[in-house]
Design a protein around this ligand. Structure first.
Ligand code: F6P
Length: 323
C-alpha cells in the first residue's frame, strides 16, 4: 500500500487543521495509508508518528493551532537530522511526505526532497512571505485578528487623544503590517522593506494631530529597523510629543491563536487536497500555492531562502489615504 506522512512545522497558523484533514481524507480516498507526524520535523526525527483515519480529523476545521503539534527544529538543518528523518520514514515504508508550513519548514522539505524523498510543501504561515503563492494559510485570519485589536485601540485612543505604536508579527516581511495598516486606517506603516526614520514617523504623528485627528495608529512590523519600542523611545527622548500621548501595544502571538475564518479553511482544504493529487500525478519537490485564484506549484528550490516582496504601491497608497 502507498504510504504518506503529513506534518505541520514552524509557527502554527489558523487553517493548518483544515489542511491536515484534507491531506488525510484525500489521501485515504486515493488509496494511501496516511501517517500524522507529531511536533513537526522534531517528531519526524524521533519517530513520533501514527496512522490517521478519517475520523481522527473530524471536527477540526474550525479549530486554530495544529492537532499534530508543531516545533522549531534545529536538528533538521543538520545532515544527521535529515538522514535520521529519512530512516524513520523508511522504517515504516513511508516514501512520501507533505510539509505544511512556512519558509523554514519548506527549507527542511527541500533538503529531504534533495535526498530523494517525494515531498510536497503546503504554503502555511501567518507571515505570507512565501514565494509561490499569493496568500498563505493563516495570513487572512491573523490580519482579521490584528484589525479587531486596532479597531479597539482606536476607540480608547480617541477617548484620551492618544496614539499607539502597534507592533504586528511577520518576521522580516512587512506584508501583515502593510495590509493591517491599510485596512485599519493607520496614520503610518513601518515595514522592513521601506526604511523610514523615527523623525519622519514623529512628523506624521504631529501632522495627524494638527489636522484634527483624535488619535494616531502607527502599525509597525516586528522586523522593521525601528520597531515599536525604538520608535516610542525616540518619541520620548526628543520630546516629539505634540498632542498625542504615545503608547506601545505588541499584538505578538495573539495573532496566531485564532479560529480560522472561511478564507483560510477553504484555502487550506484546497492546498491540502492538491498536495496529495500532486503526489498521485508523480510531481514532488514542489510547493503548492494559489495564484490568481488558481492552484499552482513552484519548485521548492525557488521558494527556499527567498522572501515575497511587499508591493510598494500599497504603501504609497496608504500614505496618501492617511491624510
Ligand atoms: O513565522 C510565524 C511567526 O509568527 C513570525 O511572525 C514570528 O516572528 C515568529 O513566528 C515567532 O516565532 P515563535 O512562535 O517561535 O516565537
Amino acid at each position: 500500500m502507498k504510504r504518506l506522512a503529513v506534518l505541520t512545522s514552524g509557527g502554527d497558523a489558523p487553517g493548518m487543521n483544515a489542511a491536515i484533514r484534507a491531506v488525510t481524507r484525500m489521501g485515504l480516498a486515493n488509496g494511501w495509508q496516511v501517517f500524522g507526524v507529531r511536533h513537526g520535523f522534531s517528531g519526524l526525527i524521533h519517530g513520533e508518528m501514527e496512522a490517521l483515519g478519517a475520523r481522527d480529523v473530524g471536527g477540526v476545521m474550525q479549530l486554530g493551532g495544529t492537532l499534530l503539534g508543531s516545533a522549531r527544529c534545529a536538528e533538521m538543518k543538520t545532515e544527521q537530522g535529515q538522514l535520521e528523518a529519512l530512516r524513520q520514514l523508511a522504517g515504516r515504508g513511508i516514501d512520501a511526505l507533505v510539509v505544511i508550513g512556512g519558509n523554514g519548514s519548506q527549507t527542511g522539505a527541500h533538503a529531504l526532497s534533495q535526498r530523494g524523498l517525494r515531498v510536497v510543501g503546503v504554503a502555511s504561515t501567518i507571515d505570507n512571505d512565501l514565494l509561490g503563492t499569493d496568500i498563505t494559510i493563516g495570513a487572512t485570519t491573523a490580519i482579521d485578528i490584528a484589525l479587531e485589536s486596532i479597531d479597539r485601540l482606536g476607540v480608547t485612543a480617541s477617548s484620551h487623544q492618544r496614539g499607539f505604536f502597534v507592533e504586528v508579527m511577520g518576521r522580516d516581511c512587512g506584508y501583515l503590517a502593510t495590509v493591517v495598516g491599510i485596512a485599519g486606517g493607520a496614520e503610518a506603516i513601518v515595514v522592513p522593506e521601506q526604511e523610514i526614520t523615527p523623525e519622519a514617523v514623529a512628523a506624521e504623528i504631529r501632522d495627524a494631530y494638527q489636522r484634527g485627528k483624535t488619535h494616531a495608529i502607527i502599525v509597525v512590523a516586528e522586523g522593521a529597523h525601528y520597531d515599536a519600542d525604538a520608535l516610542a523611545r525616540y518619541f520620548e527622548e526628543h520630546e516629539a510629543r505634540l498632542g498625542f500621548d504615545m503608547r506601545v501595544c505588541k499584538l505578538g502571538h495573539v495573532q496566531r491563536g485564532g479560529a480560522p475564518g472561511a478564507a483560510d479553511r477553504l484555502l487550506a482544504t484546497r492546498l491540502g487536497a492538491a498536495a496529495v493529487q500532486q503526489l498521485d500525478a508523480g510531481h514532488h519537490g514542489v510547493l503548492v500555492g494559489q495564484h490568481g485564484g488558481e492552484l499552482c506549484t513552484t519548485p521548492l528550490a525557488q521558494v527556499v531562502g527567498a522572501t515575497k516582496p511587499v508591493d510598494p504601491r500599497l504603501l504609497a497608497m496608504a500614505a496618501v489615504l492617511a491624510r
